[in-house]
Design a protein around this ligand. Sequence first.
Ligand SMILES: NC(=O)C1=CN([C@@H]2O[C@H](COP(=O)(O)OP(=O)(O)OC[C@H]3O[C@@H](n4cnc5c(N)ncnc54)[C@H](O)[C@@H]3O)[C@@H](O)[C@H]2O)C=CC1
Ligand SMILES: O=C(O)CCC(=O)C(=O)O
Length: 447
Amino acid sequence: MKSKINAFMKEIEERNGHEPEFMQAVQEVAETVIPYIVSQDIYHGKNILMRMVEPERAVSFRVSWVDDDGEICVNRGYRIQMNSAIGPYKGGLRFHPTVNMSILKFLAFEQVFKNSLTTLPMGGGKGGSDFDPKGKSDSEIMRFCQSFMTELYRHIGPNTDVPAGDIGVGGREIGYLYGMYKRLKNEFTGVLTGKGMSWGGSLIRPEATGYGTVYFADSMLKTRNDSMKGKTVLVSGSGNVAQYATEKATQLGAKVVTLSDSSGYIYDADGIDAEKLAFVMELKNIKRGRISEYVKKYPTAKFTKGKTPWHEKCDVAMPCATQNEVDGDDAKALLSNGCFVVSEGANMPSNLEAVHAFLKAKILYAPGKASNAGGVATSGLEMSQNSLRMNWTREEVDGKLKEIMKNIHDACIKYGKEEDGYVDYVRGANIAGFVKVADAMLAQGVV
Ligand SMILES: NC(=O)C1=CN([C@@H]2O[C@H](COP(=O)(O)OP(=O)(O)OC[C@H]3O[C@@H](n4cnc5c(N)ncnc54)[C@H](O)[C@@H]3O)[C@@H](O)[C@H]2O)C=CC1
Ligand SMILES: O=C(O)CCC(=O)C(=O)O
């Protein structure tokens, strides 16, 4: 089996060897899906995984815009349309200086499996720009978003490709993008998700990724007759996903003791309760400040510069910042400090060494494509509401989100349960996500 996986990866490397994050995402899927393909006659001779690894379309475009000093700036924009076998391309836009083809292709590839797991009819895509929103004024953000959309609008549509937010793209950016799309097309449609409540958005979409990550952790704990109640939790990041993971974990009786950003992390032994979280939300979403300011407001907490929180003691870890923020040493530290649940809010936050360490230790480990799928699932519910021209209540949407997260958990068990009863959620998520897309591709012929 190893030689089959190596031969596949060698071919992938010839075409994509200069894209390390993409190679990593493909390797993780190949390790679990190739043995499954070998065991299933229907996939033989179809080269199906190779077809899934190649984007259906990838566009890259110039984004010119004028800053507040009148200087003309140039950024690069992208949209990767990875797979549309089960529905229109769907996935976020990331604005961050590190954005490049490798990062977006890994995200788009993960998105295909994730969207399949949600049970909703959504294909996979991802896009963004190397634009850095840090320190930019509101007007600069608006002008950048408008320029970005003057090209992107040609490639998207409510039945073609429906982008949403990701790092650096929240409600404000979706608003500016939507305004320009509507002007260019003269259409009020559900072409983006994460919209404001008065213009087609869905209740619970802002909360959904973080909430879903906690619901998934709780489902994993239930398999061991346990729950989130009383658990000490490390959360990284302090953006959308981290904020709502902290809120839901606290509501379920856990104590969240850390948050972070690219400058370092804060540790609050008393826990980040609702009042402290409200302070973080204002700091990050309105003032757009640094997490270190938390310790000025709450001096019993400590700030550690330039480090991630993974060497602190905990029961549960929720990486909610960015890719590869947990490496092999971090995984060792987590395990030796008693961590026995990892539920990923971010996309691919654990590198392959960390993933292998979690699986070897047989802890409850959920890869992002399963545990953070609540965000895109609720985007799917926003699309449904737009098509129906209806708004569901908070309780209705949250109820559907819970049900979807439970279904994803069940699918992981179906394909990931081992003989000794241990659930390998990586294998479970990859195979369950693969089957639906692969079967649709086989039915649709070689296209
Ligand atoms: N927003 C959503 O609905 C979804 C987001 N995700 C993933 O969750 C993660 C976080 O995204 P959001 O919260 O939406 O973004 P955000 O822009 O609201 O927040 C990003 C957070 O990550 C931190 N961060 C970014 N780069 C970092 C670095 N190099 N080192 C340390 N911290 C860093 C930022 O300081 C910030 O706290 C990403 O991996 C994203 O792909 C996954 C599923 C859905
Ligand atoms: O809601 C969406 O369409 C995108 C969410 C996303 O980017 C993700 O799941 O990583």
